[in-house]
Design a binder for this molecule. Structure first.
Ligand SMILES: Cc1cc2nc3c(=O)[nH]c(=O)nc-3n(C[C@H](O)[C@H](O)[C@H](O)COP(=O)(O)O)c2cc1C
Length: 397
């Protein structure tokens, strides 16, 4: 009898853990990640973004990630705002999500300049078909509400050019909201009338529509997730089989190098500029939003750390170069020139030793096409206390 009971307990434990493992597998498989990407100045769009995220997460297995669009010009007193701790997104992370909700203030019947500038960096994603089919939706915070429908519709143009699937709330939820006060919602997307005299905006009704819209986006994102693996995009399925990985990508893989996300600009400039066939890029030693090994070389920073910072700077340059080349480093014909600046004291002479780290890595990756002319200089300080800055010029095919 005792033996029988023991076997029963063991079997129950076994089947219980099997069930748990199965459940875990199912929930991981069915998890979707939806980005709520917003730009705000006074916080109205942020309040709507939070409600949009709440609506997304009402779908079981859906996770909403709130991120801000980087600013062209820093916002005074941003640190005091309740959205200060929401991280900034990079353009390269957009393909990672199963759906994206875009939120912006209405500026003269349009999206904000920060949002426009951010989306203008998506050319590489566009030419590489990275956002095709991905569900997207738009919500906005307006003042008086002037031009808010036009603002959402003109926002859709960019999403349509990317081939994204646009989700609109239509009239969902409108029968449930208080019609005795003006409500900002539109059939194209939730919106708020921040300048309404009753104050306390977004109103409950406006937030309600944002939540329903988020939920509708999550459902579409779920459908996208279920089909994106099974049906490869037409452009990626030539009759001869699956496309071969690029030559340089294969080289990076062989060297076990993963390029970082291209750092977003922190001012009113572009990460790269193409003039004729030449690409111009400048980078410092940013790694995941922070400077790697900041400080003066031979004072706060050892020679070894300065070499690591140099390597990181070169990888940032290659990440931006990849964007400039439409996502395909094979389109880089040759490196032309590298100029390395190192934060050093007067009298320092080993710049070339540090810069070799960048030169060698570039030639290792690009081969003969990576050979370049070079200049190295000492500087009495560099942006964000970086130990190194590199200017690079490449030629595209
Ligand atoms: C440059 C600028 C242009 C604006 N244009 C409009 C507009 O065309 N229509 C409107 O309703 N509100 C307009 N507004 C008001 C903002 O849309 C409104 O203050 C919004 O709630 C700000 O969103 P936020 O709280 O997320 O910063 C404008 C504001 C600025 C700064």
């Amino acid at each position: 009898m005792r033996i029988k009971t023991g076997i029963f307990v063991l079997l129950s434990l076994f089947s219980c853990s099997l069930l748990k493992a199965q459940n875990k597998m199912t929930s991981t498989d069915s998890e979707i990640k939806v980005l709520v990407l917003f730009n705000t100045e006074h916080g109205g769009t942020y309040k709507m973004a939070k409600e949009m995220a709440a609506g997304i997460e009402k779908l079981p297995g859906a996770k909403a990630v709130l991120k801000q669009v980087p600013r062209i010009k820093p916002l005074e007193n941003e640190v005091k705002q309740d959205f200060a701790n929401i991280p900034y997104a990079t353009i390269d992370e957009l393909p990672e999500y199963d759906g994206i909700a875009f939120g912006s203030a209405v500026h003269f019947g349009n999206m904000s300049a920060d949002m426009r500038y951010f989306l203008d960096q998506s050319v590489g994603l566009w030419t590489a078909h990275k956002l095709e089919g991905k569900p997207a939706t738009v919500f906005m915070s307006a003042g008086s509400g002037a031009g808010r429908e036009g603002a959402i519709l003109s926002f859709w143009n960019t999403l349509a050019v990317h081939g994204m699937t646009i989700i609109s709330p239509g009239i969902m939820g409108t029968s449930e909201i208080d019609k005795s006060i003006p409500q900002g919602n539109t059939v194209f997307g939730a919106s708020s009338l921040a300048a309404a005299v009753d104050g306390n905006r977004p109103s409950k009704g406006e937030l309600h529509i944002a939540s329903l819209q988020g939920h509708a986006l999550a459902k579409a994102a779920k459908g996208y997730q279920l089909t994106k693996k099974d049906i490869p995009p037409l452009s990626a399925s030539p009759a001869s089989g699956s496309p071969k990985p690029g030559r340089i990508e294969a080289k990076l893989k062989a060297l076990n190098i993963q390029l970082p996300d291209a750092p977003a600009p922190v001012g009113n400039y572009k990460p790269f500029r193409i003039s004729g066939k030449q690409v111009f890029i400048n980078q410092i030693a940013l790694k995941a939003g922070k400077v790697e090994h900041p400080g003066m070389i031979d004072r706060e920073v050892t020679e070894e750390q300065a070499k690591q910072a140099t390597r990181q700077t070169l990888l940032n340059i290659l990440a931006v170069l990849k964007q400039a080349a439409g996502g395909d480093l094979d389109k880089v014909k040759q490196a032309v020139q590298l100029t390395g600046f190192f934060y050093t004291a007067a009298g320092y002479t080993k710049h070339a030793v540090l810069m070799n780290e960048a030169s060698n890595l570039l030639v290792e990756i690009l081969g003969e096409s990576g050979m370049h002319t070079r200049a190295t200089l000492g500087a009495s300080s560099l942006p964000m206390n970086s130990a190194v800055e590199i200017q690079a010029i490449f030629e595209l095919e």
